[in-house]
Design a protein around this ligand. Structure first.
Ligand SMILES: *Cc1c(COP(=O)(O)O)cnc(C)c1O
Length: 433
């Protein structure tokens, strides 16, 4: 069966043929590749073609696909237990490890996705403060819970302001939105609504609409206004947590959030989300108090042990500093290739996340600095790369990732392939958008 044949079947049984929208290749066009296996930094399609993977399932695979150590622990758990719906020691181990490693986590609760983690923190914040509004930032994506599908990430880029059909106006009204990197707008919103804002939720490293690295001064101002107005500060570290550093952006910025959301890496490739923070806030969650939140498969043993094994190995291998260095030098070499081929792309990166883009600035800090026409150029670049055996995330506004499996040998091979792809692509590059 080819990818094309499989996709023709898939569209008959799933909306758009997929189970999560970006997978459908809508923004790059063409038929999505169907993969049958993965190992390390490589994917293999049903056509038996090999690809170097920079999408990495959109972030969870810090160590690469099927890291041998994680795989061994997972297989042993498969032979031990799948789910109890009862107390077990595996989630305790991960919870103790997290709370002892990260000072802003006094208590944690495991859920099954980043979306669930985010939803739960909003409920806790509303209960704690007795207020109902949530402030978010334009271009930040926080999963697909109703109230936050307002000016969110790349999967929704190009959609109208309301982003998703099916969200009631009453619910959307509870969400205030202000631009990133704009202190003045932020102060204005607080001046107007301070007594109503339960929480500010922010991706401290916005990485779902390109990579829009925020200035420390902006994040500090957010934290300061929260503190002054008794508003909870929620860091959505679903993508940045355990990715940019062991302590995520909270560690890199030195800003301690009241509540934090994790996902992606925390499950080591299995569906795990987590929210946590100060004891006084976390204890609002049932059964301690009355914020109801539950999950049949929450803290599933396989996810718990994949997550803990991943994190322990990352610490042991100094994953964060290794990846930072590798990404820095890879970026320089790739930039060199863009220059050689006269292609007007740049790379924004923050430790091991990187984004190939066509903005004027290397690190755009706000949405207005991102030329939306980049999507068109990226489309052609994406397919040129795909042909050479490089799998990037299928959208010009999604970031790419390095994993520990992307060693020098893999990266050298990738640079060769990028060079060939650029050779083909450069003729079709549209003038700077
Ligand atoms: C991926 C992501 C989410 C959603 O997590 P899911 O596991 O896909 O529900 C939420 N917030 C951020 C910042 C993310 O990157």
């Amino acid at each position: 069966m080819t990818s094309k044949e499989l996709f023709d079947r898939a569209v008959k049984v799933a909306p758009g043929g997929v189970h999560s929208p970006v997978r459908a290749f809508k923004s790059v066009g063409g038929t999505p590749v169907f993969f049958e296996s993965a190992q390390g930094a490589y994917l293999q399609s049903v056509e038996k073609k090999k690809y170097i993977d920079f999408c990495m399932s959109f972030g969870p695979l810090l160590l690469g696909h099927r890291d041998p150590e994680v795989q061994e622990q997972v297989l042993s758990m498969v032979n031990t237990a799948w789910t109890f719906g009862a107390c077990e020691p595996y989630s305790l181990e991960l919870a103790e490890w997290m709370t002892s490693s990260l000072p802003w986590l006094e208590k944690v609760r495991f859920v099954s996705s980043g979306t669930e983690a985010v939803m739960s923190t909003l409920r806790v914040a509303r209960a704690v403060t007795g207020r109902s509004k949530i402030l978010k930032f334009e271009g930040c994506y926080h999963g697909h819970c109703d109230s936050l599908l307002v000016k969110s990430g790349s999967g929704l880029a190009g959609a109208s302001a309301s982003d998703s059909a099916g969200v009631s106006p009453q619910v959307a009204q509870e969400t205030l939105v202000t631009p990133l990197d704009d202190i003045e707008a932020l102060e204005k919103v607080f001046a107007q609504h301070h007594h109503q804002i339960a929480a500010v939720i922010v991706e401290p490293l916005p990485a779902n609409f390109g990579l829009i690295v925020q200035k420390q001064a902006f994040l500090k101002k957010v934290a300061e206004l929260c503190e002054k107005n008794c508003t909870l500060l929620i860091f959505d570290e679903v993508i940045s947590g355990f990715r940019v550093d062991l302590g995520g952006m909270a560690a890199l910025t030195g800003i301690q959030p009241d509540l934090v959301c994790y996902g992606k890496i925390i499950g080591g490739g299995f569906p795990v989300g987590c929210y946590g923070g100060k004891k006084a806030f976390m204890d609002y969650a049932a059964p301690s108090r009355r914020v109801y939140q539950a999950g049949t498969l929450s803290a599933t043993p396989i996810g718990m042990c994949a997550g803990l094994t991943t994190l322990k190995k990352a610490v042991r291998e100094k994953a964060w500093s290794v990846l930072k260095q590798r990404t820095e030098s890879f970026k320089q070499q790739l930039n060199g290739l863009f220059l050689t081929h006269g292609v007007d792309f740049k790379i924004a990166h923050h430790p091991s996340l990187f984004w190939i883009h066509g903005s004027k600035m290397e690190h755009p800090a706000s949405l207005t600095e991102i030329p939306l026409a980049h999507g068109e150029n990226f489309k052609k670049f994406f397919h040129a790369c795909l042909e050479e055996g490089i799998y990037l995330a299928p959208s010009g506004f999604e970031v790419s990732f390095l994993s520990l499996a992307h060693d020098q040998k893999v990266l050298d091979e990738a640079l060769e392939k990028f060079s060939k792809a650029l050779q083909k692509f450069k003729g079709s590059m549209k003038g700077a958008p």
